[in-house]
Write a protein that binds this ligand. Structure first.
Ligand code: AN7
Length: 363
């Protein structure tokens, strides 16, 4: 058997990335995440549709952010930077902290006080970042980071940094490399809107290169209480249990709208109730544990399916055949164990004997 020594997204997709021989590559072997056929969801969608799940929770720090961070940190090092900084709802800070640790760079992260999941906070702390909890939300924190990195020699590693977008586009390359073409539809959660921007850039580049024959429709989902793009104005106090996407004024707002419009897709909302229902369904029926924000893509799939979107967007003269839908599962479920415990019944306490156990197992 041939053993492939996989070395991360820069190594694999170097020729499509702003990397030179002088770039010191800092990688944790991110990327190469599985595209999993979703048997339950495909069946639910009915004849002619196949649903795939891009399980980005299997990246080294447990989210898609690692794809962008390997490029951003490598370039920061190449450019002689000593300090990197980000604002974060959690995953960016976890990723920045890990890659900065490997690169030997100082990392400063601003998080909204009390509003990031425990797993993510643990990661930023254990990797040795300076973690500052700002009395304010993500948008306030990002504005502070923008201001500081403009005035001082500190590299911003939020997705406003174009290297982040470059790295993250490798996820669409992987999807196309596996499917042999772009999917018909891609569904993705939208927070600060860097990821939808990256995927769309990746698909367009692969199309230009002749590697794929079509472009997917980009379908983005925001949480109902944090849906500035859908509502058409910034949200002062965004609210959702999906803390990763609790963002009221996305940095890549216009790029997200462009991805939506150029692809003939849409950006819509899902409620927290729909998010949690998809969160439980993914775990119970597909065997995949994701964080709530990631379940927004599957909540969106179910919402669009209920209102007949996929059948409507098809030319009715032909029977529907082999339509591929990819949902992006952006982060691992272990990031936010508190939410799981709040959502699912706690284990029942029993007496330590076989009879008591058998009684619970039932027939
Ligand atoms: C699991 O970590 O913004 O639309 O600061 O962690 O590219 O922002 C995280 C975002 C989706 C939204 N799913 O992606 C941060 C941060 C998960 C996330 C998103 C995030 P973008």
């Amino acid at each position: 058997m041939k053993i492939i020594n996989y070395k991360g997204v820069i190594d694999r997709y170097k020729k499509y990335l702003p990397i030179t021989e002088r770039t010191p590559v800092i990688s944790l072997n991110e990327g190469n995440t599985p595209l999993i056929y979703a048997s339950y969801l495909s069946k639910l969608m009915g004849r002619g549709f196949a649903v795939y799940l891009k399980y980005e929770g299997l990246n080294p720090t447990g989210s898609f952010k690692d794809r962008g961070m390997t490029v951003a940190i490598s370039k920061a090092l190449e450019e002689g930077s000593k300090v990197v900084m980000c604002a974060s709802t959690g995953n960016t800070s976890a990723s920045a902290a890990a890659y900065a640790a490997k690169a030997g760079l100082k990392c400063v992260v601003l998080i909204p006080k009390g509003a990031i999941a425990l797993g993510k906070l643990s990661q930023a702390l254990i990797h040795g970042a300076l973690v500052l909890a700002v009395e304010g939300n993500f948008d306030t924190a990002l504005n502070l980071v923008r201001e500081i990195t403009r005035q001082y020699p500190i590299t911003l590693v939020n997705s406003l940094n174009p290297y982040r977008i470059e790295g993250q586009k490798t996820a669409s390359f992987e999807i196309c490399d596996v499917l042999g073409n772009a999917p018909d539809f891609q569904i993705i959660p939208v927070g600060n809107a860097g990821n939808i921007t990256s995927y769309w850039k990746g698909y367009k580049e692969y199309k230009e290169l002749g590697k794929i024959k079509r472009l997917p429709k980009m379908l983005g989902f925001q949480a109902e209480g944090a849906a500035p793009i859908v509502k058409g104005h910034p949200i002062k106090t965004p609210k959702t249990i999906a803390t990763a996407i609790r963002i009221g004024n996305p940095a890549s707002w216009q790029q997200a709208e462009r991805a939506r419009d150029e692809s003939g897709g849409l950006i819509d909302t899902v409620t927290d109730r729909e998010i949690l229902s998809a969160y439980k369904l993914l775990a119970a029926k597909e065997g995949l544990f994701v964080e709530p924000a990631s379940a927004a893509s599957v909540a969106g799939l179910l919402k669009l399916s209920r209102c007949g979107y996929f059948r409507k967007s098809h030319n009715t003269q032909h029977t529907i055949h082999n339509k591929k839908i990819v949902c992006i599962l952006t982060g691992h479920g272990l990031k936010d164990p508190e939410r799981t415990i709040k959502t699912i019944k706690s284990p029942k306490v029993i007496k330590p004997n076989i009879k008591a156990i058998l009684k619970e197992i039932g027939d």
